[in-house]
Design a protein around this ligand. Sequence first.
Ligand SMILES: [Cu+2]
Length: 427
Amino acid sequence: MGDNREWEDECRTPRLSQNQIPAVFICPPPPPRKKPVAGKRRSPPKEGCEISGEWFNVDPEAVISEALKLKVKPGKTYLLRLINAALNEELFFSIANHTLTIVEADGSYTKPFDTETLLIAPGQTTNVLLKTKPYYPNATFLIAARPYFSGQGTFDNSTTAAILHYNHHSHITNLTLLKPTFPPINATNFVANFTAQFRSLGSDKFPIDVPKKVDKSFFFTVGLGTNPCPKNTTCQGPNNTTKFAASVNNISFTLPSVSIMQDYYSGRWSNSVFNTDFPSSPLSTFNYTGTPPNNTNVNNGTKLVVLKFNTSVELVLQSTSILGTESHPLHLHGYDFFVVGQGFGNYDKNKDPAKFNVVDPVQRNTAGVPAGGWIVIRFRADNPGVWFMHCHLDIHTSWGLRMAWLVLDGPGPNQKLQPPPSDLPKC
Ligand SMILES: [Cu+2]
């Protein structure tokens, strides 16, 4: 607070780049410092920034000479900071014949766990420890990422790749190149099992502040839908008369002509660009993951939920099967939330809370709502301002899978929305 970052965020959000940048960035580790990882101090032996951002739409071996090389030494532990910078692809990531130890998600430490393949959604970050082989191997190893896609229709299934190269091999040619094995492109169960392994530290030494008591409960459906095709326009929706839309509680968010923050800060509540009647649960209920309703049209509007300062919020995010179930990595601005539960099918408010994890749930800012399933998140609304929440698949956001929370000021001097900076650009 106090650095006006909430104003920047609000202003930039609707201006996401339209250019596709499918990429996994492997970025430099931070300066060595004490980390609560397996109770030991670990200093990465090397710093550097590697960018694996080019799609190779051919056999990886054909482009090996051009591929980026991540040079390592045997018997070391490297920290890789992974960021999915793609706009529309959740990505599987793997390094052939090497195990990755996950230690961080979206800026919060996790209990370390091992995996051969990880999934990372657009905007998510994950730090992993890579333990190299004890001796120089007679091989090089493909580092690769390729999409996870749970929806319908065609999808680009290309692979992006780099090479893990043990340093002394620089003078040896014809080393075997080993490739990782990936789950199938639509491996939703793999994804659910993988994400269920994330746990925050949540110990006496590293406590977490997960809300145990809930002040306000919300139930939001997230999914696809349609809008009528405007007259004299050609639409490529599910049929000629419709175009694709996406919604939260069947409301497709319309971007306002003026920044919501500016309207709110200037005290305009009536006659403003927004309404404050976003429904806390769907206005029409149906079997969300069963047979979808015949009418797939969404409503359109700029609707917000207003929260009193410091409200502890529980939010069920339920995927729908309208135009097919699909995974939606939901991103909340302004907060790191706790994922206290996840499951498939329709959320059952009588049975599912018994399975919630309020001891060591993962804390992050982007979490996947499983295709045909749900997650439950909790956060404390202690950051005043207007906070966008949206699917991190850019195409779904642009179709309207987005809404915003308006968190009111608290009584304290440090609990108020800061005035806009003098150089605030006009949105
Ligand atoms: Cu989505």
